[in-house]
Each structure stands twice: as C-alpha cells, then as structure tokens.
Write a protein that binds this ligand. Structure first.
Ligand code: PLP
Length: 405
C-alpha cells in the first residue's frame, strides 16, 4: 500500500493543505489560533504566509534560549548521527555529562537526578518519591496551582475545570490558600508526605509567592517531617532572573521538578532530589523508556552551557525589570494589575484577555493567557531590548492607550 501525504510544504498550496489536515485530524483538546508557524530564529517566528512575530509564547516557556540556536541544533544533529536511544539499562556518555552539569548547577544538597520527558512526568515522579521516602500519603498543593494534567499531577492542579471531570483522582491531595503563611499550620499535618509549590504560579495567573510564605512553608514542612517539592518547570533555567526561582527566597527544597527549557526545545523533564530520598527508592520503583535518552541529553548539555555562558538569568533579571516597569507605566483603564518576576510577566485585565491576545497577534506579537483575564508574556531570554519595547508599544496600542503616561 502506498500512502500519499496530503501535501508538501515545498509545493504550492502545501501549507494550506497541511493546515487543513491538522484542523481535521487533531483532537479538539487544543484551542488553536489561526496561524501556522513554520520557522523561528532568536525571539522571532514566522508563519506560513511569511508574517513575522515577536514570540512571547516561546512554546509555553520552552524556548528560553530563543529559536534555532546554532549551538543546540549542532549538538542535536551530531548526537542524532551517533546514538539516539539508549535506555537507562546502560550507561551513556551524554547522560553522564548532563548529570554532572545538573549536579554543578543545582543546590549542593541535591545530588541525585531522575530524567524523564515532560513537566507532568517530573511531578508524578516527585510525588512517588516523596511517598516512598516518608511512608506517608497526603500531598499539599496550593490554590491557583498548575502542576500538569496526568492523573497524579492533575490532582495537585487547582483549576476545577481541569480537575473535576476526572475525580476521584489521587486521593489525599489537599489545597491550601497561596501566600497565606497563617493557613499552613492547619494545612500541614503529620500525615503530609510533601508540599508542592511554584515560586511564581505560572498558568494560575503569574502570581509570585512572597518570601515570607515560602520560608514559612519550608519551616512548616521541616517541623512536620514533610518534604518540600518546588515545581520549577516554568520558572527554571533563568526565566525569573535567577537560574532557579527558589534562589530568590533562599529555599532548600528536598525535590525540584524541571522541564520546559531544560533541553533547549527537545522534550525533557527531570527531578533533582537529595541523597536521603534516593536512599529510600528501590530499583524499578519508577522508570521511563525515553527518560535520559542521549539526544535530549546532548541538547540539554548544549542548552545549559549556552544559558550559563551568556549569563541569561542576569539578562532576564535586567530586561524583566525594564519590561515590568514599562508595563506598569501603561495607563489603560483595562488594566487591573501588572505582575511578574524576571521575564515571566503578566497583565491582569478587567476584561477577558482572549480578544486582546488576538489583537496583539494581529500587531505581530504572540502572547498567551494564564486564566481568562490575563495576558502572559514568556519571551525568550535572548530578546532584544528594542523588541521588548515594541511589545510594550503594541500592548499599549491594543489596550487603547499611548505607550507611556
Ligand atoms: N508544572 C508547571 C509549573 C507548569 O507550568 C507546567 C506546564 O505548563 C507543568 C508542570 C506541566 O508540564 P508539561 O506540560 O511539560 O507536562
């Protein structure tokens, strides 16, 4: 049987035919926007009609380094020609290189690493590790949290719209108010295996945690013998102006979940954990076929080196400050609040954000939602100051006001 593809991007009309095929064949799970992205470079992407956009979606925070980074693509190409798959049944040179790098960049007390393929998988693994290590079942999460959509992670994700249709989920998941240190004494019990927290709640509306809250959470966990899991899936790798967001509050988490930009755009997740937790794991208690594959490891090594060599966390701090200040200077009556840390930034509107996101796209800026009334910006950390200024200008335009007061 010979199967003909519906079209080729290289032939006339090819893009349109392939877009139609995707619209017809993909599930209804994703609410797609009406453009077909085909190419990227730095902080810019292009659609199939040749229109250019400043990309403040960055693949939902994956493209911290921007698109088509020569160092990363070369590492992927080189590894693809050498060895793509190698399960953890065997040692692999690239995996060893990545583990050594993760060991060097994470806090000194985190000395073991589990490799997987996504953020939700990192959260699943962290929950299992915490339960094994403590012998307890309860996991505490926070209101407005987002930790993923597989069944375990979903049970720790606040949004009832995502969670309720699938209940009962993981039993023993509890939610406490975010940023309310006074609520922790009751929320943490001697049955709590772990508390899981985002230093800046991303999907839940870009809400930074206060240092007071995070410190109280850490102290409460220690008091109760519970473990602290910090979900750095969105905040990690420089996004908030530090390599890891937990550094802002001086946290020493027992487990850290990583994913998104870890491998420069290839799918990869990881959990960093302590020696003491690792000592409670047993062979085959958890595993992943693709986890730690050499291709993703090679990409991650190249991506992390690039991030460090160019000091992108510091760049995110500096540009983030400039960006947030400019957004706070906008005088539109539509704006309820501007929030963020580093280059994880958002405007909460007094109206639904969907039409404004569409309008921004018309103006050549891609941004995303974080709840119904939020415009969220996740630009690559390599974005040029002039490009960020243009994002502010276009935002001012769509919110109906001149860019500066
Ligand atoms: N945790 C956080 C904080 C996230 O922002 C996300 C995704 O947005 C996830 C977990 C889930 O990651 P993934 O979509 O890779 O499963």
């Amino acid at each position: 049987m010979s199967i003909q593809p519906p079209a080729s991007p290289d032939r006339p009309g090819g893009f349109a035919a392939l877009r139609e095929a995707e619209a017809r064949l993909s599930t209804r799970l994703y609410l797609k926007r009406g453009v077909q992205l085909v190419r990227g470079e730095g902080a810019r992407v292009w659609d199939s009609e040749g229109r250019e956009y400043i990309d403040c979606v960055s693949g939902h925070g994956v493209a911290n380094l921007g698109h088509a980074v020569p160092e990363v693509t070369a590492a992927i190409a080189e590894q693809a020609q050498r060895l793509v798959s190698c399960p953890e049944l065997f040692y692999n040179d690239r995996r060893g290189e990545l583990l050594a790098l993760l060991d060097a960049i994470t806090p000194p007390h985190l000395t073991r690493f589990f490799l997987c393929n996504s953020g939700t998988e990192a959260v699943e693994a962290a929950i299992k590790f915490a339960r094994l290590a403590t012998g307890r079942l309860d996991v505490l999460a926070f209101m407005q949290s987002f930790h993923g959509k597989t069944q375990g992670a979903l049970s720790l994700t606040w949004t009832p719209e995502y969670r309720k249709p699938f209940e009962p989920l993981l039993l023993h998941a509890r939610f406490a108010p975010f940023n309310k240190p006074q609520a922790l004494a009751e929320a943490l019990t001697d049955q709590t295996a772990a508390a899981i927290v985002e230093v800046v709640q991303g999907e839940g509306g870009v809400r930074p945690a206060t240092t007071e809250f995070l410190q109280a959470l850490q102290a409460g966990c220690r008091d109760r013998g519970a473990l602290l899991i910090v979900d750095e899936v969105q905040t990690g790798f420089g996004r908030t102006g530090r390599l890891f967001a937990s550094e802002h509050a001086g946290l020493e988490p027992d487990l850290v979940c990583l994913a998104k930009s870890l491998a420069g755009g290839l799918p990869m997740g990881a959990v960093a954990l302590t020696e003491a937790i690792d000592a409670k794991l047993f062979p085959r208690a958890h595993s992943s076929t693709f986890g730690g594959n050499p291709l993703a490891c090679a990409a991650a090594v190249a991506a992390i080196r690039y991030l460090l060599d160019r000091q992108l966390p510091a760049r995110a701090a500096e540009l983030g400050e400039r960006f947030l200040t400019a957004l706070r200077g906008l005088k539109s009556p539509l704006i309820r609040e501007v929030r963020g840390l580093g280059l994880l930034a958002a405007i909460e509107l007094k109206a639904r954000s969907r039409d404004y996101l569409e309008a921004l796209m018309e103006e050549g800026v891609l941004a995303l939602a974080a709840g119904p009334t939020v415009i969220r910006y996740l630009p690559p950390l390599v974005i040029e100051p002039a490009q960020l200024d243009l994002v502010v200008e276009k935002t001012a335009k769509v919110l109906g006001q001149p860019s500066r007061a």
